[in-house]
Design a binder for this molecule. Structure first.
Ligand code: UTP
Length: 295
């Protein structure tokens, strides 16, 4: 059976987005018309994911509420003839089974993924970060490409990568490819936040992964690293250094990664999605142009 389960960690504190995230999850901030988490779920549905396990934490109830079916709201909109608003709730009925578990202490992304182990069990699975959208309006089949590759090659780990400007590599986990780099390449190792002149490439980890369940064993053995957190990258690195097969998949140029984790990239993501809005995009473009031309 092909991989149809994705783990979506959304338990982080989002401290880089304070005060916006003091009492609401960053994964529920709107980008264009939809919250980040809805873009992520719609992207995963496009890629054939049918079961989705959110790893949530304190203060994240609005994510669960968002994906529930709200019968009262549907009845109200139907009875008041608000057909267009009703259509905006179609995502509630998409074919996706939702599961939730809690990360009781925020011990890092690797720890959040480990919290999924009792529910995922011994099957391969996808990890999609809940604070990153791939492609404008999440029109990306990157996860379908990655799961297909995982299944045909017998890889242990498949990681998505995005090309970033050379002088920004120190912000990311960077790939050290083995051999030449094409849309798919052999992953020799991952270097966390390398210095610009030491980076082996400009391919940055891009928030989507496919794993053999052996990653859970490696995460359980991983000692806390930077900031006392259990890093997913460290467990991937263990698999690679023990001879496991790792592959990288490059995002296509139209599949930009929109990371919502800091204000700079959040603002850019919002502007890109708002400019692409079929109803309000043109008006917004004129507004921005006028602002920029103002002396
Ligand atoms: P980040 O690395 O951006 O961390 O998380 P963060 O804690 O959310 O944010 P800052 O650094 O305080 O601003 C990347 C993804 O991993 C999840 C987050 O919810 C986000 O979707 N995450 C992170 C967890 O689920 N648990 C954690 O302990 C850390």
């Amino acid at each position: 059976m092909s991989i149809d389960i994705a783990v979506v960690p959304v338990a982080g504190l989002g401290t880089r987005l304070l005060p916006a995230t003091k009492s609401q999850p960053k994964e529920m901030l709107p980008v264009g018309r939809k919250p980040v988490a809805q873009h992520v779920v719609e992207e995963l549905a496009l890629s054939g994911i049918g079961r989705l396990l959110f790893v949530t934490g304190k203060g994240k109830h609005s994510i669960e509420n968002h994906f529930d079916t709200d019968g009262d709201l549907i009845t109200y909109l139907r009875e008041s003839g608000r057909e267009q608003a009703l259509a905006e709730l179609d995502f509630e009925r998409q074919e996706m089974e939702y599961f939730y578990t809690r990360q009781r202490r925020q011990l890092g992304l690797g720890h959040a993924v480990l919290c999924a182990a009792p529910l995922v069990g011994k099957q391969p699975f996808v990890v999609a970060l809940g604070d990153s959208i791939i492609g404008l309006n999440a029109q990306s089949d990157i996860v379908a490409r990655m799961t297909a590759l995982f299944e045909t090659t017998g890889a242990d780990v498949v990681v998505a990568f995005e090309e970033v400007p050379r002088d920004e590599v120190f912000r990311y986990g960077i790939a050290k490819p083995r051999g030449s780099v094409d849309d798919v390449f052999d992953l020799e190792s991952l270097i966390e936040k390398p210095a610009v002149d030491e980076a082996p490439s400009n391919l940055a980890v891009a928030a989507r992964y496919v794993f053999n369940p052996v990653i859970f064993d490696k995460l359980a053995e991983t000692r806390p690293g930077k900031g006392g957190e259990i890093q997913l990258t460290d467990a991937i690195q263990t698999i690679l250094s023990e001879g496991g097969k790792g592959l990288g998949v490059r995002l296509h140029p139209h599949e930009r990664r929109y990371d919502i984790g800091n204000f700079g990239s959040y603002f850019r993501a919002f502007v890109d999605f708002a400019l692409a809005d079929p109803q309000f995009g043109d008006g917004l473009r004129e507004h921005i142009q006028a602002l920029l031309e103002r002396p």
